[in-house]
Structures are given as structure tokens and as C-alpha cells.
Design a protein around this ligand. Structure first.
Ligand SMILES: *Cc1c(COP(=O)(O)O)cnc(C)c1O
Length: 380
């Protein structure tokens, strides 16, 4: 049973039937080239899940399958992603209640595994033998692992700022690395060109499958709070997929009447790569790209974010805000988390750096996105 009914363009609002999108080598709006958002038959989902066993079952990624566009659950490719802890530590908070969603606990060390599980499942559904993508490192490692598990070949286009450890992780999973001269946006163009000219390949990346899979971060947070909605969720923003997916998860839970409201969604970027913050501060409708961004937070160095408009919408529609922090603040936040037992990479501490900078009231959930062992910048 699959509950997805259509895909809608973020920019021009054009709607597509699922089968129109499934066939495209690059699943984006055919009219304006923007990202697409899946819509579901929420009434049917509501009937299906408003039952005691759903409400009580342990939170794990595939528990929320009804909110994902997958036809055959017996063919799902999973490494046990999701079900990550939501941790409370009083020494980390200033005011209110601070909880850390520790995404480093995923199989390859970042939340990217949630999207990869769905993407590789789709690649098999489409009968593909290879996958290709552009990555700032973590998505490459994640897709490489899931492709390896499913027996698919994997090609990762990597921009020049990606650290050695991440390349090592990608290669360890048996994927091929294509070093790109230029930034992430250049790498993305090359990955897309490759898939268009190689029809046995499936494009992974921040396309609709990934964001549909990433929503489970949000579902799990609500589930782990016994279906109470926190006041704020603080999220680092690279391509904007994660922040959008979390917003969308809370919106969908309200649509199926499991919860009653949406938390304020706070997006955090680093000073040298803050196109979404800039658009929010200046009330722009479009994102102005940052050329060749330089920051130690390499996992979020996306100068021209694919889901930038979606990120803005998540922040605006939820009454949230966008914050910028410096590289130095991200590193101090990383050190503070680590000294309290939670080791994350610099990008994984950016949301927490935002929390340290800005007083937020009530229950605050901060997303710690990637494991510290992936990028130990500045540590002896
Ligand atoms: C990918 C990633 C992000 C940013 O997520 P987007 O969906 O690109 O906004 C943040 N932190 C880490 C560690 C990541 O790997």
C-alpha cells in the first residue's frame, strides 16, 4: 500500500502524479527546475495509524513507512537507521529544557542514513544497478554503505573542501570517488550530467526521496516525547533538506491529528555560508547563492542550497527564525558537547552553537547531526 498522491513544486506549485516523477532521471519540477514535495492521502494514513500499537511501538525509522513513497515494504534496504536517542543533560542547557537528538548514532554516523535507506530502496524498485551523487562527504559515505549493502555500484562526486577521513570512509564502502574541481554546486551538476547520460544509474542526493526519508527525525522526536510537541527545534542548514523534512514531519503529524501544533523551527548556518539566513533577514523570496564558501563546517558548505526555498518556508511557516554563528562558535559548541559525552563533528555542533547564542524558552530540541570521528578539526 502506498499513500503518496502527488508531488508539488516548491516554487511554481505545479503538481505531478507520482508516476510522472518516478520516471525522471532528475526528479525536479519540469516547469521551473525546483525541488518537489510529496503529498499523501492523510485521511487513510490517519485511519491506519491512530491505533494503540502504533502509538506505543518503539520509535524506529521504518515505523513511519506510511509517510514514505515505498511500494513494497518487503524490498526495503535497511541497516537499522533511525531510532536515535533523544538525550537530556542539564549541564548543556541554559534555560528551559534542552534535549539533544543524537544523529551520530546512525549506522554511518549521520542522519543521512534515513534518506539513503529510502533512496537505495527506490533505486532497486526502479531496477537500477548503479547510483551516483554529489556529496560534501557524509551523504557520500551513507549512500556508499547502503549501495554496498544492496550490491549496487556507487559513484560519488566530491568537491575540493571535503576532508580525508570522509573520503576514506566512502572508499572503505567500495564506492568510487570522482574529485571535482570546484564547490558542491559544480559537483552536483556533474553528478546530474552523469545520470542523464548513464540510464542504468539512479541519482541520489537532495531530491524528493531523500527528504521523505529524512522526515523520520521529526516523527521520532514527537514519538519520544510521547506525542508532545517541543517548543523549538534547532537545526543546522546546508542544502536545507533536514530542516524542511523536520517541519514537514510535524505538519503531517498535525494533519493526521496525532499532535496539535508545529514547533518553532530555528535554522542555523555559519557566517561564511549563510544564504538562507540572509534571505530570511532580508525577507527575500529567493536564495542568493554564495560562491565557493569557505568554512570548517564542511558538511553544511552548500552555497546554492537545493532546498533553500523549502528551508525558508519551514522557518517562516512555523514562526521560527534563522541564526548565524561563526566557525569559532561552532568549534566551542563542539567542545562543550564532547566534554559532556556527545562527540559530534563541527557541522553537527552548529545548531547547539545557535542555542548557546540565543535564549530559547520552553522545551528545545537541538539536532546533533554527525559523529565527531568523521571530522576532528582542531583536536589533538
Ligand atoms: C548533511 C548534513 C547537514 C545539513 O543537512 P542539509 O539537509 O544539507 O541541510 C548538517 N550536518 C551534518 C553533519 C550533515 O551531514
Amino acid at each position: 500500500m502506498v499513500y503518496v498522491t502527488s508531488f508539488k513544486c516548491f516554487r511554481c506549485a505545479r503538481k505531478y502524479k507520482p508516476q510522472e516523477i518516478e520516471k525522471l532521471p532528475i526528479p525536479r519540477c519540469r516547469n521551473c527546475g525546483s525541488a518537489l514535495d510529496a503529498e499523501y492521502d492523510y485521511r487513510s494514513i490517519q485511519k491506519l495509524i491512530l491505533r494503540d500499537d502504533f502509538m506505543r511501538d518503539d520509535p524506529t525509522h521504518w515505523k513511519y513507512w506510511a509517510f514514505m513513497p515505498v511500494k513494497d515494504l518487503s524490498k526495503v534496504v535497511t541497516l537499522g537507521e533511525g531510532g536515535t536517542p533523544l538525550l537530556e543533560n542539564k549541564r548543556l542547557g541554559k534555560t528551559g529544557r534542552l534535549l539533544v537528538k543524537y544523529e551520530a548514532a546512525n549506522p554511518t554516523g549521520s542522519f543521512k542514513d534515513r534518506g539513503s535507506s529510502l533512496e537505495i530502496t527506490k533505486a532497486l524498485e526502479h531496477g537500477k544497478r548503479k547510483v551516483a551523487l554529489a556529496s560534501t562527504g557524509n551523504m557520500g559515505a551513507s549512500v556508499a554503505a547502503y549501495a554496498g549493502f544492496a550490491g549496487l555500484e556507487c559513484k560519488v562526486f566530491i568537491p575540493d573542501i571535503v576532508g580525508k577521513e570522509k573520503c576514506t570512509q566512502i572508499k572503505a564502502y567500495g564506492a568510487e570517488i570522482v574529485a571535482v574541481e570546484g564547490d558542491y554546486s559544480v559537483a552536483m551538476k556533474q553528478a546530474e550530467e552523469y545520470v542523464v547520460s548513464h540510464s542504468d544509474s539512479f541519482l541520489t542526493g537532495d531530491y524528493p526521496w531523500r527528504s521523505e526519508g529524512t522526515k523520520t527525525v521529526g516523527f521520532e522526536i514527537a514519538d519520544q516525547l510521547y506525542w508532545h510537541v517541543p517548543d523549538h527545534v534547532v537545526v543546522p542548514v546546508g542544502n536545507g533538506t533536514l530542516i524542511w523534512s523536520i517541519y514537514e514531519a510535524f505538519r503531517e503529524l498535525a494533519l493526521v491529528k496525532i499532535t496539535e501544533r508545529i514547533p518553532r523551527i530555528i535554522g542555523v548556518q555559519v557566517e561564511n555560508c549563510a544564504p538562507v539566513v540572509h534571505a530570511w533577514e532580508n525577507e527575500l523570496g529567493e536564495i542568493i547563492p554564495v560562491q565557493d564558501p569557505k568554512t570548517i563546517a564542511t558538511a553544511i558548505a552548500c552555497g546554492d542550497p537545493i532546498d533553500g526555498i523549502a528551508a525558508l518556508r519551514a522557518i517562516r511557516n512555523s514562526g521560527g527564525e534563522a541564526l548565524r554563528v561563526t566557525d569559532g562558535e561552532a568549534l566551542s559548541a563542539r567542545d562543550k558537547l564532547a566534554r559532556n559525552g556527545l562527540f559530534v563533528e563541527p557541522s553537527g555542533a552548529v545548531a547547539y552553537a545557535g542555542v548557546l547564542k540565543k535564549k530559547l524558552s520552553g522545551t528545545v530540541v537541538v539536532i546533533a547531526t554527525g559523529h565527531g570521528l568523521k571530522d576532528m578539526y582542531g583536536l589533538e
